[in-house]
Design a protein around this ligand. Structure first.
Ligand code: HC1
Length: 569
């Protein structure tokens, strides 16, 4: 440990700490823009400057290491003036459309300018004016709003191992761009949205589809239904002034009804159905010599990644569609029939924690109902904006239940939203399918938690132990895929989710600010499971009824047509 003094307060910190980390441990807030607690430090923006006794000039606290006896001042006139100047220089060439920017009131540059008391910009800089990159279904890039903090570059490279972005040019012309300044639709972007999740300004945001949904709701000839993903219920409240990790399932259902949706359903229903289909596929591969390990296919950022980077391994992917797309296919067939509604009049909306889900819904093969199965996908952030726009006081809404029959989901379905959750849900059901017996203990701690790659060996019956592996983030996915290529992946089943923590940390969720914040969402997901009346997918009575009355059996002809898909090398 190293003893230092910051603003007159003594503190002992690990000797590998930076001055910024030491200040955070004392509860001293130093403004930062390029710094992100879960990414490598860069020292690019210089907003976090502090005085260190004996240093020749102000230092960037995010990269400056602590030393024994160091004396730091974070709030001197010099420091305040330097920070203000840096922020004013950033604002001097930044667009001034804050009021209409998607990040208005959640922009870190705006907040820091306000916190530092910037009331005028003393410099008259040339404005940047780049065209929008919006030729893809998921993300919009506006380089004019980019402050060159480099967070998106680091998230895409370090967290995801995808390496879409890099700096280009020099001086005023410096930009952050994909290779050759191509659009995101022209490079190997997975649309996971982790760049948007770390961007401090409105330079990278989700494509806003709220107006299309408002229009559908206003059209009296349309029957507008909505499904909500497992992870939305543990994050939506954060964007609507409730504490991190608040479970808002019932309020969310009420809000969706008040917005005007005709029916409010739960993606957990088709998460349970996925377990039936995917579990049956795994058993089929195990008994009939299919390709192993079988890998999950529900995270569309992950599916894009394997298609782009490891096309030789595509036959490892389960052919099961994601729960979002299974829901879409059933909404315009099974539900349409049951409700006596012409599928052409159904508008199917989903609320997802994920930007890649927008691209997934737009894939040309996702039309097995005869129509586009899911018409519009909104992220959690977009739904929060609609709720605000409608003037609902979210925290005061009463709670309501999902509608039947596509609103019945199990605890196994809800844990899809946390890394390891799909595996745990599958194990709960596969044991039953293989042995006919119910598990005594349905909680598999070995597959839970934030470790990047988890492994477990789970006894199923005499002579059969399921070897499973789980990765979250695409950088971790790469490690497992390289193992498969090298012939070293001795697993039966692999779960991969593109985002850190799984969907609870999706690129469309309210911005995560710390590891504790992330953990609160994960804890809330597991609380949703323990509070569920039904905790195993095979106990979901609505799914049982679907098979009995309409679908036939898992992997049957109708299932094959509606619930399974193929991939593009
Ligand atoms: Fe997910 Fe899934 S868990 S992919 O992370 O399988 O987005 O939440 O909806 O489809 O169910 C996302 C979450 C989500 C699907 C399910």
């Amino acid at each position: 440990m190293v003893n230092i003094t910051i603003d007159g307060q003594k503190v002992a910190v690990p000797k590998t700490s930076t001055v910024l980390e030491a200040a955070i441990s004392l509860g001293i807030k130093i403004p930062t823009l390029c710094y992100h607690p879960e990414l490598r430090v860069e020292g690019a923006c210089r907003v976090c400057m502090v005085e260190v006794e004996g240093a020749r000039s102000l230092v960037a606290s995010c990269v400056y290491p602590v030393n024994e006896g160091m004396i730091v001042r974070t709030n001197t006139a010099n420091v305040r003036e330097a920070r203000k100047t840096v922020v004013e220089l950033l604002l001097a060439n930044h667009p001034t459309d804050c009021l209409s920017c998607q990040r208005n009131l959640s922009c870190e540059l705006q907040t820091i300018a306000s916190d530092l008391g910037v009331r005028e910009v003393r410099f008259d800089g040339e404005k940047k004016n780049y065209p929008l990159d919006a030729n893809n279904p998921s993300l919009v890039r506006d380089q004019s709003k980019c402050i060159l903090c480099g967070r998106c570059i680091r998230a895409c490279s370090e967290r995801q191992g995808v390496h879409v972005y890099s700096f280009a040019n020099r001086g005023f012309d410096t930009t952050v761009v994909p290779a050759f300044d191509l659009g995101l639709d022209e490079v190997a972007c997975t649309y996971c949205g982790q760049c948007a999740a770390v961007c401090p300004t409105g330079a990278i945001v989700e494509k806003d589809d709220t107006e299309k949904v408002w229009n559908a709701i206003s059209d009296p000839s349309k029957h507008v239904i909505v499904q909500t993903a497992p992870a939305v219920r543990v994050a939506l409240g954060e964007a609507l002034d409730l504490p991190n990790g608040t479970i808002v399932t019932g309020k969310m259902v009420t809000a969706l009804k008040r917005l005007g949706f005709d029916k409010v359903f739960d993606t957990n229903f088709t998460a349970d159905l996925t377990i039936w289909e995917e579990g049956s596929e795994l058993i089929d591969r195990l008994t009939n010599g299919g390709k192993l390990p079988m890998i999950t296919s529900c995270s569309p950022g992950w599916v894009n990644f394997i298609e782009l980077k490891y096309p030789d391994l595509l036959d490892h992917l389960s052919s099961a569609k994601s729960p979002q797309q299974m829901f879409g296919a059933l909404a315009k067939t099974y539900y349409a029939e049951k409700a006596g509604i012409d599928p052409k009049d159904i508008v199917s909306v989903s609320i997802m924690p994920c930007t890649a889900k927008k691209a997934e819904a737009a894939r040309p093969e996702m039309n097995s109902s005869g129509y586009q199965d899911v018409d519009y996908v909104l992220t959690t952030r977009e739904l929060a904006r609609m709720i605000r726009e409608a003037g609902l006081t979210f925290g005061k809404l009463e709670e309501a239940d999902f509608d039947a029959p596509l609103g019945v989901g199990s605890g196994a379905g809800v844990i899809f939203g946390a890394t390891g959750g799909v595996t745990e849900a599958a194990l709960r059901t596969v044991v039953k399918l293989v042995t006919g017996n119910e598990l005594d203990n349905i909680e598999f701690q070995a597959v839970r938690g934030m470790t990047g790659i988890k492994e477990a060996a789970v006894p199923i019956k005499d002579g059969l132990t399921a070897k499973v592996a789980i990765a979250h983030t695409l950088a971790n996915a790469r490690i497992l895929l390289d193992k498969i290529r090298a012939g070293e992946a001795d697993y039966h089943f692999i779960e991969i989710m593109a985002c850190p923590g799984g969907c609870s940390g999706g690129g469309g969720q309210p911005i995560i600010t710390s590891a504790e914040h992330r953990q609160k969402r994960m804890d809330a997901i597991y609380e949703c499971d323990t509070c569920s009346d039904i905790r195993k997918s095979h106990d979901n009575p609505a799914v049982a009824e679907l098979y009995e009355t309409w679908l036939g059996k898992p992997l049957g002809e109708k299932s094959h047509h509606l619930l399974h898909t193929h991939y593009h090398p």
